[in-house]
Structure formats: structure tokens, C-alpha cells
Design a protein around this ligand. Sequence first.
Ligand code: CTP
Ligand code: CA
Length: 231
Amino acid sequence: ARGGIGVRDLAGKHVVVSAGGTREFLDPVRFLGNRSSGLQGYALARTAASRGAEVTLVAANVSLPDPAGVKVVRVVTTAEMQEAVVAASRTADVVVMAAAPADFRPTSLAESKIKKSEDGSAPVVELTQNPDILKGLVTDRPNPGLVVVGFAAETGDANGTVMDHARAKLARKGCDLLVVNDVGGGKVFGSEDNEAVVLGADGTATPVPHGTKSALAQVIWDRVTDLLRSR
Ligand code: CTP
Ligand code: CA
């Protein structure tokens, strides 16, 4: 990675990074959540700041200290994350969606705690699909030159390999870069390390060998600075 000590190649740029996993409440005490730790998003925010960027970090439900020199906006739900990310992106050059927004939310939110019944039965929870923040950023770019970066945690299955699914997702989302993690077998979540491929809408693929989340973050910013230079 080019992002060595003293490299300020993101100076004058405003970057927005989302991190963590959103929560969708069923009642005042219960929620649907996911296993995202926020570590990759925080590594992206830290490395961008060290390369000179103005950084807005939209953080959902993480237990991590605020990185120095970064503006942190805390959110809980996918809807709140969308509002914060879109607002910050209006003045941004880059947005990186490293968060795991919940795809679904309970259709209704109970005002008081749902009680269990004596007969051993359980409620059926109906879910509604949440907005796709990344897709929304691509379809209504909050500003024209915005570079949009997505993440994809994929597993291979009967329908295709990890890379098959990743290429299809990049095309579907329409973002500029897609960072692909193979999460088969529970890898990556909460781990200090990561291994990925950075796919470009231009057909490029940058493999990033197993290493720290900071090392992956540096490669992502390398690719982003390439795109910013070519605009
Ligand atoms: N994402 C988003 N808004 C959502 C869900 C996902 O912005 N409601 C973003 C994630 O932050 C990530 C990218 O979209 O950058 C891909 O997320 P992923 O969960 O892999 O994609 P989905 O389209 O939700 O597809 P899947 O059915 O595989 O979960
Ligand atoms: Ca999803």
C-alpha cells in the first residue's frame, strides 16, 4: 500500500465511512441485530484521517473509542444510518459503506414489552425490507462526483462462487468499488484480520492478502485515490 507514514494524499477530501451493525427494535427492550463489530469501518476512518482526510464516521452500535480527529455520528437503525450517511455525503468526495445495515425490520414496533403467553406459544414476527443505503447513494448521488464504495460478505453456494456473487452484486449495486470478503465458516466477523478482493466497476480486481483491517483499509484508500485522480 502507498499509505505509508506521512502520506497525505487524502488532504482536502471529505470521506464518509459507515461502521457497525444496525439494530431494529421489536419492542422497547428487544432488537434484531447482526455480528458486525465495526472494526473495519474504524480502521478505514483512522487511516483516512492519517492520510489527511476530513472524516465523518457514521457508527452503529459499536463498542469502540472514537478515533482521534474524526467526526463520529452515532446511529442505531438502518433508517437513521441512511439519513446520516446521505446528509454527510452531500459535501463528501467518497462514501464507504463498511457497515452492516439490517436488511429487514419488524413491520411494527410494540410500544410496551411483548409478554410471553402461558400456553407456550410464540409471536410471529413480520418483517419489512429496509432501504438499501448503498443503492440509494448510487441512484441519487448526493453530489455528482461522489465515489461510492461497498462491502460484500459472501459465501460460495450452489449458485456460484464467492467471486460470482461479488461480480453480480457490484453490477446490481452500481458502486465504483466493492470490497469482497469470503465469510464462509464465520470468518472475519469480530476478527482483527481480514482478507479481501477489491473489485472495480472498471473490471479491475485487487487481491489483498490476509492481514490487518488497517492494511486492507490502506489498499482501499489507494484505489479510491486512483479514482479521485482520474475524475
Ligand atoms: N447495504 C446498505 N443498505 C442496506 C444493506 C446493505 O447500504 N440496507 C450495503 C452494505 O453496507 C454493503 C453493501 O450494501 O456495503 C452490500 O451489503 P450486503 O449485505 O452484502 O448486500 P445486500 O444487497 O444486502 O445483499 P444480501 O442479500 O447478500 O445481504
Ligand atoms: Ca444484506
